[in-house]
Design a protein around this ligand. Structure first.
Ligand code: VAH
Length: 318
């Protein structure tokens, strides 16, 4: 990869991936785009307002900046997608189809995240295999499975260098997630620092795979820079790091904040989605085919999250 176009740069992944990629490849070689203006991002390097549903505009940006790689990060997440499935399909699949076509016509590599949400209740729950039954029960999951199939098709049919990982819930302390079932695992840290208490929308005993943003960002680059001759899979690799429940993350925070209180106000939509997803993924293929290895665990992430959030919101709970 030498010159990169990011579509959907303003989201949870995109906002940090832009900075991360600019640190590796150079500020002027990473063009960030989003449907909304992002002044902060524009101050750090090339930024353009771009609607990923406009294929002509995307092709123009790729041509003008002589991009050889596209990161398509446009997605309506699982919970918000259930409120408007038709819009979720239109946006998620429209952005992907345009990214695939522009990558094909302009000979770009293409990274599009998939998710543990691509699995469903009929998939094996524990250490979910790389290749197994995938019958998701959310429009988000249907989009992700379809996206994996389309990306593999474009690689097989046209030779487009498409690659993807099935992200767990991503936890970060820069841009808040929006509309995801795993958002609770981000919100809990902010609420712990700001209020000393959190009301969790997901049942306390439901496991979900999670990953810390620094590991997620590194995975994107390590996969895209991997030797293609060693890739047996492409779209999309199971990626695993941590697997925990709300009770487990609450206990980890309490080790540092003994007075932290957690109550539950279950969101039935998030409950149904979380219960349909795997408890843990088997990421052997990612480890064997491109050397994946997580570096952050729950304890180290909790220390980092609380430290960064406390710095940004210094009012400590009494
Ligand atoms: C969501 N954060 O909750 C996203 C992610 C694995 C979860 O895809 O929808």
């Amino acid at each position: 990869m030498k010159r990169i176009l990011i579509v959907g740069a303003g989201g949870q992944i995109g906002s940090e991936l832009t900075t991360y990629l600019r640190g590796i490849y150079g500020h002027d070689r990473v063009v960030a785009t989003d449907v909304r203006e992002c002044k902060e991002m524009a101050a750090q390097g090339p930024f353009e307002v771009l609607n990923a549903l406009d294929a002509t505009a995307m092709a123009s940006a790729v041509a003008r900046h002589r991009c050889d790689a596209i990161f398509n990060l446009v997605a309506l997440l699982s919970a918000v997608g259930e409120k408007n499935p038709q819009m979720a399909w239109q946006i998620n699949m429209g952005a992907l189809m345009n990214s695939l076509e522009v990558a094909r016509q302009h000979h770009c590599a293409l990274f599009t995240p998939s998710s543990i949400g691509a699995f469903g209740p009929t998939s094996p729950k524990d250490r979910t295999p790389q290749d197994t039954i995938m019958q998701p029960t959310t429009i988000y999951g249907v989009c992700k499975v379809t996206g994996e199939l389309l990306s593999n098709y474009y690689h097989t049919k046209y030779g487009v260098d498409t690659r993807s990982v099935r992200f767990p819930g991503i936890i970060s302390n820069v841009t808040l997630p929006g509309g995801g079932t795993t958002d609770y695992a981000v919100e809990i840290y902010y609420e712990a620092v700001k209020k000393g208490r959190f009301t969790c929308p997901v049942p306390g005993d439901v496991y979900m795979d999670m990953i810390y943003m620094p590991d997620a960002l590194r995975a994107c680059v390590e996969l895209m820079e991997a030797d293609p001759a060693k890739l047996v899979h492409r779209n999309s690799f199971n990626l695993a790091s941590m697997s925990f429940t709300p009770e487990i993350i609450c206990a980890e925070i309490r080790k540092r904040m003994p007075d932290f209180e957690m109550t539950y106000d279950i969101d039935p939509v998030k409950k149904a989605i979380a219960e349909s997803w795997p408890n843990s993924l088997d990421d052997t293929c990612a480890r064997e085919e491109w050397g994946w290895k997580p570096e952050w665990d729950l304890a180290r992430m909790t220390d980092d999250m609380l430290e960064v959030i406390r710095r940004r919101f210094p009012v400590e709970v009494r």
